[in-house]
Design a protein around this ligand. Structure first.
Ligand SMILES: [Fe+2]
Ligand SMILES: [Fe+2]
Length: 317
């Protein structure tokens, strides 16, 4: 047994190419020529990822994917479309929870990257459901490798955030949520291409859209893994700002942004400042704290910034 990637297309040549491309990648492929065949395969195999053509005689790809959603909710779904169907495809991402779509004719490397990312997402959710923290962390680390500047980021954020939580005397359940939420806060970046993550210049609109959606996509992973609300909220709201100008929801202040998310936001920004980025060197502790303090009121919760800078200064002594 084990997990499979299922390709569905009425054109044999597409299925042949898919099989050939993944042969070297240790990914096990199943193929189906139509929706009925695909549904049968999903019933009898663990299908981690399904890549389906949109235009097929009989059932269309989108309808197939929405049936798969009901039958096998954890299967990650990718839609293949022609250029003319882009609008349908974008609609599908929202309606049927399609992870991504790929426009024909694709480059093989593009297809491999997409399917590999989809597999990572599937495995991440599975490792969380199983309570396998080691497997989960190794997937988080693999994700960080895509962007060399964020190596170790999630685990350092967890450390900082938990130390803030302990200082606030939060109970074990909250501290555990903070640790988990920190580990996973950027997991929505799975599927964001490394070119975008490492890009030094201004991002264009489509790319900004992708970067800005990582909190929602990450929260989706946590929901699918049936993690508690507190953890979902940490992931979803770690880019909200105290003045309400953050994303995705524009929540404002301690009345609207959950405490755990405000804590992780402080830890996240501090770690970003104290590590090197493509466009600048790392700031030292003092400079970073100074910058955190300048973000009181507008970006970060001022009480938490005070508490955190006390913590770091004490540690220094
Ligand atoms: Fe983030
Ligand atoms: Fe982050």
């Amino acid at each position: 047994m084990g997990e499979y990637v299922l390709f569905v297309d009425d054109e044999d040549c597409i299925l042949d190419v898919a099989e050939a491309v993944f042969e070297q990648h240790e990914v096990r492929i199943l193929t189906a020529k139509n929706a009925e065949e695909a549904l049968e395969k999903v019933k009898s195999h663990e299908v981690a990822v399904i890549v389906s053509d949109q235009h097929m005689p009989g059932m269309m790809g989108l309808e197939l994917l929405s049936r798969i959603k009901a039958m096998s909710p954890d299967t990650v779904k990718i839609l293949m479309t022609g250029f003319a169907d882009l609008e349908t495809a974008i609609d599908a991402i929202n309606r049927v929870e399609v992870f991504r779509f790929i426009v024909k004719p694709w480059e093989n490397t593009q297809l491999v990257e997409l399917v590999t990312d989809a597999l990572k997402r599937y495995r991440l959710i599975k490792s969380i459901v199983k309570g396998d923290d080691a497997a989960m962390l190794s997937l988080v680390r693999a994700l960080e490798l895509k962007d060399p500047y964020t190596k170790g980021h999630s685990e350092r954020v967890a450390e900082y955030a938990v130390s803030i939580g302990s200082k606030l005397d939060l109970n074990d359940k909250s501290l555990k949520a903070i640790r988990y939420g920190s580990w996973l806060h950027d997991c929505g970046k799975i599927g964001v291409s490394e070119n975008i993550l490492n890009y030094e210049g201004p991002l264009d609109d489509a790319e900004i859209h992708i970067v800005r959606n990582h909190p929602m996509w990450g929260a989706d992973v946590a929901r699918k893994a049936r993690l508690p609300e507190t953890i979902v909220n940490i992931i979803l709201y770690h880019h909200e700002r105290y003045d309400g100008k953050g994303y995705p929801s524009g929540l404002k202040g301690s009345g609207e942004i959950p405490l755990e998310a405000r804590i992780v936001a402080v830890a996240d920004i501090y770690d970003a400042l104290t590590t090197e980025r493509p466009y600048r060197k790392a700031y030292d502790k003092n400079k970073a704290l100074e910058m955190l303090i300048s973000m009181k009121e507008n970006v970060l919760d001022p009480d938490l910034v005070n508490l955190f800078s006390d913590l770091i200064n004490k540690e220094e002594k």
